[in-house]
Design a protein around this ligand. Structure first.
Ligand code: SAM
Length: 228
């Protein structure tokens, strides 16, 4: 019953605050048609994270985990005329579908969204080297939404690749992972569970919080860190 109420609130909010957008809707339907899993952010989450880039006047967004480009389209729309999105995806099929979806949504690839093919931990050191050499601008917003085991490493890279003070690092599905891995709650704790929250708490480079959320996607929440 509670989840039905959450869904109803999401639907009402979507109806009034998130106008239908052909490009975003196509990204969903075309991704499903091409066999991609339904694990993109919801429209409300997409709008929320893209608004964070507007609030922070972000010029360079880094996304880890492109899938079908649904969240990338949200970022691109918010960044229009102000900056660019660099998104990393390990699966070539996902990358191809994402580029297709981005172009259908009127997003210029690679000028507005550049999708880099490869595993996060292979691509991120290359980006770090380019930033080091001055060939690439550092990032002011980092959105982490890929394989959970590596999220601490992605977080660490996110801070290193950021412009520094005031940059934001956002980690999606943090609460879901805390619950599933037994970090909190009743599940038996996984030995290898990466306790991102504890590590971030010990990290002097950032100030962070975890915000729990409910909605069409049930109980979850994100971690948001600001670089000091
Ligand atoms: N951000 C997307 C959205 O909201 O539209 C959803 C991303 S989905 C939750 C996670 C994606 O991360 C999948 O497409 C998966 O193939 C990709 N992925 C998994 N492991 C990865 C890795 N090691 N490096 C880069 N991408 C990876």
């Amino acid at each position: 019953e509670h989840i039905d109420q959450c869904k109803a609130v999401d639907a009402y909010v979507k109806q009034h605050l998130i106008p239908a957008d052909k490009g975003l809707e196509n990204a969903h339907t075309n991704s499903t048609k091409n066999g991609l899993p339904m694990i993109a952010v919801s429209p409300i989450q997409g709008k929320f994270v893209s608004m964070l880039t507007t609030i922070g006047s972000a010029r360079n967004v880094l996304e880890i985990g492109t899938l079908g480009g649904y969240s990338s389209i949200w970022f691109a729309q918010a960044m229009k005329g102000r900056g660019k999105v660099t998104s990393i995806e390990v699966d070539p099929h996902h990358r191809d579908v994402a580029i297709d979806n981005l172009r259908t949504a009127g997003v210029q690839v690679p000028e507005e969204v550049d999708v880099l093919l490869g595993a996060g931990l292979d691509v991120l050191p290359k980006l770090a080297a380019e930033i080091e050499k001055g060939e690439r601008e550092p990032f002011d917003f980092v959105f982490i939404d890929a394989d959970w085991e590596n999220h601490w490493n992605y977080f660490d890279f996110g801070v290193k690749l950021s412009k520094g003070k005031g940059a934001l690092v956002y980690v999606d599905n943090t609460v879901q992972n805390m619950l599933e891995s037994g970090i909190v709650g009743t599940n038996e704790r996984e030995k290898d569970a990466v306790d991102l929250v504890a590590k971030v708490g010990r990290d002097d480079r950032v100030d962070a919080v975890v915000m729990q959320t409910v909605g069409a996607k049930s109980h979850d929440g994100f971690l948001l860190a600001v670089v000091k």
